[in-house]
Design a protein around this ligand. Structure first.
Ligand code: NAD
Ligand code: ZN
Length: 354
């Protein structure tokens, strides 16, 4: 019912909501295909995968940030080449955003490009990262530095996987999806905020959220797949969020870091007179539920500013931040990291984070 197709400059791709990964996978696999799968998924779902993995070649990976690097992908590429994987065969990724990025990156460079298919198993991957074509891997300590745009040919979303996700990972997905609703419109945000408490319990609500989140993202990536202009508003919360992720060594998952980041962007937007403080407050009431149970008290302002100044989107000494002029009016702004900015961030660290 919610199935759709995304138009891409590389190849159009389909997104289908499914009930049985076992049935879909069995029907999809062709001779020569290779599965790249998260080790945790093999352990958690033996009744889906035990049999399939005796019949199909596979590589199991650990979903960690170091795995998502040149060093991490070398043994995978070696195994694929040495065991006869060919250009017309397909890689089938089964896991979250890490498994996705590893598989997408390899697919984009191996033999100058091989087709790949994706079964996302985290909420973040189902409600956001599965579409949009991005393929970055990390370089040393620097996150998502090397990559391109290379979508799969098909994506199959099975919400049954979400039953085993840890609460932090569910919240991370909810935080990541939230930014699409604020970027989209007041109506979308109000709906998301109202339904949020039910989302953790009711699959139908969660399906609608995932579907709407992907529909909003689709409308931007189809006009700006390569992130040159319109799509950049989805960096809302992300410059601050990436600084939080790296300073906490990824203890705070991506979507939760982005939730803090959206509130920081809103705080600066209030200070600059772009929004009334009531709007920030309305959004914060939701974001607080997402980041509840986490703390940033171990991050110092100096380290935070230094991490922010290294954001790859900055130009020269200027920050390029995505700020808020109201629901549906998220926009990009150039800002100096001057005394005023430092004072505001200091206030934020003292009053909000402590
Ligand atoms: N390519 C993109 O557009 C894009 C967008 C956003 C984020 N990302 C990347 O995605 C990564 C984060 O991805 P993520 O949060 O989806 O997860 P992940 O792949 O890091 O997995 C998070 C944890 O959940 C486990 N897991 C996965 N599925 C599970 C399930 N069904 N039940 C229980 N545990 C499960 C994993 O083993 C891991 O421990 C980051 O590296 C980020 O940079 C990529
Ligand atoms: Zn994100």
């Amino acid at each position: 019912m919610y199935n759709f197709v995304v138009k891409s400059r590389v190849n159009d791709y389909s997104v289908s909501f499914i009930d049985s990964t076992y049935e879909t996978l069995k029907a999809e696999i062709k001779i020569g295909d290779y599965i790249i799968i998260d080790n945790n998924i093999i352990k958690l779902y033996p009744n889906i995968f035990d049999k399939i993995l005796t019949e199909t070649k596979f590589i199991a990976i650990n979903a960690t940030e170091p795995q998502k690097s040149y060093e991490g992908i070398i043994p995978i590429i070696r195994q694929l080449i040495e065991t006869g994987f060919k250009k017309n065969n397909r890689l089938i990724a089964i896991g979250g955003g890490i498994t996705q990025d590893v598989t997408a990156f390899i697919s984009s460079i191996l033999y100058r490009g091989v087709p790949w298919i994706f079964f996302p198993t985290t909420l973040l991957a189902q409600g956001d990262s599965c579409i949009g074509s991005k393929t970055s891997i990390n370089f040393g300590d620097f996150k998502n530095q090397v990559g391109g745009f290379y979508p799969p040919s098909s994506i199959y979303i099975d919400l049954n996987f979400l039953d085993t996700l840890k609460e932090m990972d569910l919240k991370s997905g909810l935080g990541e999806m939230c930014h699409y609703f604020i970027v989209s419109s007041e109506e979308d945000f109000r709906w998301y905020k109202k339904e949020y408490p039910k989302a953790l319990r009711e699959k139908e609500i969660l399906t609608q959220m995932i579907s709407r989140s992907l529909a909003i993202k689709k409308s931007y990536i189809e006009i700006d797949e390569y992130d040159q202009k319109e799509r950049q508003v989805f960096n809302y919360g992300h410059s601050f969020g990436h600084a939080i992720e790296s300073l906490t060594q990824y203890r705070i998952p991506h979507g939760i870091a982005v939730s803090y980041g959206m509130d920081m962007a809103n705080y600066i937007s209030v200070k600059l007179g772009f929004i009334h403080k009531e709007i920030r407050q309305e959004i914060k009431e939701l974001l607080e539920q997402i980041w509840a149970g986490t703390s940033l008290t171990d991050i110092s302002l100096e380290k935070f500013k230094s991490a922010l100044s290294k954001d790859k989107k900055n130009v020269g000494n200027e920050l390029r931040l995505i700020l808020n002029k109201g629901y549906g009016k998220i926009f990009k702004e150039a800002l100096q990291m001057d005394e005023k900015f430092t004072l505001w961030m200091d206030e934020y660290f003292t009053n909000v984070l402590k």
